[in-house]
Design a protein around this ligand. Structure first.
Ligand code: ADP
Ligand code: ZN
Ligand code: ZN
Length: 719
């Protein structure tokens, strides 16, 4: 007997060993699925390397493997290596890491390949068969004769004969050929501008490297991705294009399909299990496809990855924010390196990490300056809100500008980073405000739903008709969300056609597409929305963009809030003036002289990013100074802190700086008390080493049993 290490989808930092007999041992390889007992249940696990002969006493200590599900590794060498790298780098249990990489159906034991392959192809050996040689097997001869005409759907041939031929290697199953889809080289092409062409020519064709492609929105980055993808697909390669959110960019998929025909597939969490499995299998079979996908697409079982693009690479959604906290952008770089393939990171507003890497010459840096369609860029003007009377959250200046743009037939986009009606409901008499019972947070009033909603835990309450504290009958909203601004604008401009875009109205499938069409048709005068509007949309009719406030970000406890504000303002400004006329951007603020805001508005995103990089370095923060958080939360008030205190000692003993425990900026969320430990070391290698050396011991701490905890390497926020 042998002992086989198996990774199981449970929050355990170690694998479990199972007994396996010599016959199974002979065919087991890393990356195959096995069924094993766990407690009273049977679960699916993945075989790892490192099987060893069992000792006599092991026979009673270890349970047996019940079944081996695969004949060949479901997860190949490269993918298993990348998963192990991720488990090590993010200090997350390997079983959960692997589970993140598998479509649900495969986690439940679905076969790797379709049970009945859809199409049959003649192999070279099959083509060489003579009729004489096949005389004894007429059904098989007929099947081969049919396949000489071209691949056939499974249903068209004799099933038994086909199986026999597959076993003899005379034909092979495969996916449906792209018959009516245009080949990549005949798909409609667009002539690149000289600037785009120059970048295309300069981008590495092969070999691992990372290139940062910085260009304002509309400068034609997407056309470069697609032009490169066409060349890669023609060479038989697979291409991955990671995007932050697919629901908001259906036009990107449509454009890709227009250029590359049937070679484009998507992969994201909005797809059904069956559709995800089908996409996974096509990549697994090695089809040369362009995958346009969100975060989880980075784990597809590529066999011939030729290039990776990450669009809007600065976007926070590439970092998973709970559980296995990986960055899809960074994992994409790791996988591309394994395939010796080039990576391109595209953004108008690169993340500080990426700019830092470019300044250190680890990444190449390309720029696209001109807008592809020569549309004029937008200018940003500050509207000073100090001492002004606001109506509906708007200064008179901003309101007048909206009015005049609408009167002249322009479209206005008004950006407010808060959904709902008002972020707080107050009693003017006693100062009471509606707070969440489970979080340290105010409830947001959603007037349309007639309820109070906590944006942090989802708790809902009825709106009280009088103050629960003093009984006063008048409760007043404080602050402005999208609903309230929409209402105020409607009162100011009764004729205007106003639409709202936030996650409340965009929940229905197709809602975004419908709204987008409405805006493009010119049926909307004013579009009020949240940050979801900042992402890659193309509304040529927008002549004015109003940003209602950025002040919150400038004073946030999150170390990245300012960076995100700068990206948002730059991206939102990119929405204006995409058509023929120059756009105006008005940014309303109570701190018009804030040095970082001035820097952004007067000198642009790059100078702003430089200032931030300097500030981060001075304060020993990322990217120059790596950071990991140990996050913990517990039902009782002190367990998280007690746990982090014990963990801090272990980490310090391994040479890491451990700052804290600090209460999280929102200390209580969803009924749990949260705290964090900042773990640092100027050397990333030393930081990693300290975490690696401590994690197992941290897991064994008695204090760990009373908390939920996890490591967050390169955190996307410190909230
Ligand atoms: P980005 O990805 O940088 O935001 P896009 O690639 O989406 O820019 O280009 C913006 C717009 O310009 C799109 O409508 C696109 O079709 C158009 N465009 C881009 N490159 C060209 C080109 N070479 N010729 C004509 N139109 C182009
Ligand atoms: Zn009161
Ligand atoms: Zn709450």
């Amino acid at each position: 007997m042998y002992l086989l290490p198996v990774a199981i989808n449970r929050p355990m930092r170690t694998h479990l060993d199972y007994q396996i007999d010599p016959v199974q041992m002979a065919r087991i390889r890393r990356g195959m699925r096995v069924r094993v007992p766990l407690g009273r249940r049977e679960v699916l696990g993945i075989a790892l390397d490192g099987a060893r002969p069992a000792q006599a006493q092991d026979r009673h200590r270890y349970k047996p493997v019940h079944a081996v599900l695969d004949d060949a590794p479901l997860l190949g060498e490269e993918l298993m290596d990348s998963l192990q790298w991720s488990a090590d780098y993010y200090h997350h249990p390997i079983g959960e890491v692997i589970a993140a990489a598998l479509p649900g159906a495969l986690r439940q034991g679905a076969p790797r390949r379709e049970e009945a392959p859809q199409w049959l192809y003649l192999s070279e050996e099959g083509a060489a068969m003579t009729e004489a040689a096949m005389r004894r097997a007429p059904a098989q001869a007929a099947c081969i004769a049919r396949l000489r005409e071209g691949p056939a759907p499974w249903a068209e041939v004799d099933r038994r004969a086909a199986r026999a031929l597959i076993d003899k290697g005379l034909c092979r199953p495969g996916p449906a050929p792209d018959i009516d889809a245009p080949r990549p080289d005949t798909g409609s092409a667009i002539a690149l501008t000289p600037e785009q062409q120059a970048v295309c020519d300069a981008l590495p064709r092969a070999g691992f490297s990372v290139s940062l492609l910085q260009g304002v929105t509309g400068s034609g980055k997407t056309e470069i991705y697609l032009a490169q993808a066409a060349a890669d697909l023609r060479a038989g390669k697979q291409v991955l294009l990671l995007v932050p959110e697919i629901g908001l960019t259906p036009q990107l998929l449509a454009r890709a399909r227009e250029r590359l025909g049937g070679r484009v597939i998507s992969y994201h969490s909005g797809m059904t299990d069956a559709a995800r499995l089908a996409a996974w299998r096509r990549i697994d079979r090695g089809e040369a496809l362009l995958v346009v996908g969100t975060r989880s697409a980075v784990w597809l079982p590529f066999t011939a990855l030729g290039r990776v693009w990450v669009d809007e690479e600065h976007d926070a959604s590439f970092k998973q924010q709970d559980g296995f906290r990986y960055s899809a952008r960074d994992v994409a770089v790791v996988r591309a390196r394994a395939f010796d393939a080039p990576v391109g990171l595209g953004s108008a507003t690169p993340a500080l990490e990426s700019l830092h890497n470019a300044r250190q010459r680890r990444y190449r840096h390309f720029r696209l300056e001109a807008r592809a369609q020569n549309a004029p860029g937008a200018q940003v003007h500050v509207v000073d809100a100090r001492g002004q009377r606001l109506r509906g959250g708007l200064t008179a200046e901003l309101a007048r500008a909206i009015q005049s743009h609408v009167a002249e037939g322009g479209q206005v986009l008004l950006f407010i980073n808060r959904r709902g009606y008002a972020p707080a409901l107050l009693c003017r008499d006693c100062g009471w405000s509606a707070t969440c019972r489970a979080c340290d947070a105010r409830m947001t009033w959603h007037k349309q739903h007639g309820s109070l909603l906590c944006h942090h835990c989802g708790a809902r309450q009825a709106v009280p008709t009088q103050c629960p504290s003093c009984g006063a009958s008048e409760l007043r909203p404080a602050g402005h969300g999208t609903e309230r601004i929409e209402e105020a604008l409607q009162a100011m401009l009764p004729q205007a056609r106003i639409a709202r875009a936030d996650s409340d109205v965009m929940q229905r499938a197709g809602a975004w597409q419908a709204l987008r069409d409405q805006v493009l048709r010119g049926d909307v005068d004013i579009l009020v929305g949240t940050q979801m509007l900042a992402k890659g949309h193309d509304f040529p009719g927008i002549s004015l963009v109003g940003i209602v406030s950025v002040d919150q970000a400038l004073f946030s406890a999150d170390i990245r809030a300012t960076e995100r504000m700068g990206q948002l303002v730059t991206q939102v400004a990119g929405r204006a003036g995409r058509g023929s006329r120059a756009g105006t951007v008005l940014l309303q603020t109570h701190v018009p002289d804030h040095p970082l805001l001035r820097r952004l508005l007067d000198q642009g995103y790059d100078a702003f990013a430089d200032a931030l990089l300097e500030e981060r370095a001075t304060n020993a923060l990322p990217p120059a100074y790596p950071l990991a958080l140990l996050r913990a939360e517990s039902a009782d008030a002190t367990a998280a802190t007690a746990f982090l205190e014990a963990a801090a000692q272990l980490l310090r003993a391994q040479g890491a700086e451990a700052i804290g425990p600090l209460p999280a900026p929102m200390m209580r969320r969803a009924g749990r008390t949260r705290a964090q430990l900042w773990v640092q070391n100027p050397s990333r290698a030393a930081l990693q080493q300290a975490l690696a050396a401590s994690c197992a011991a941290i897991e064994r701490l008695p204090e760990a049993r009373r908390v939920r905890w996890g490591v967050d390497v390169d955190p996307a926020d410190t909230l």
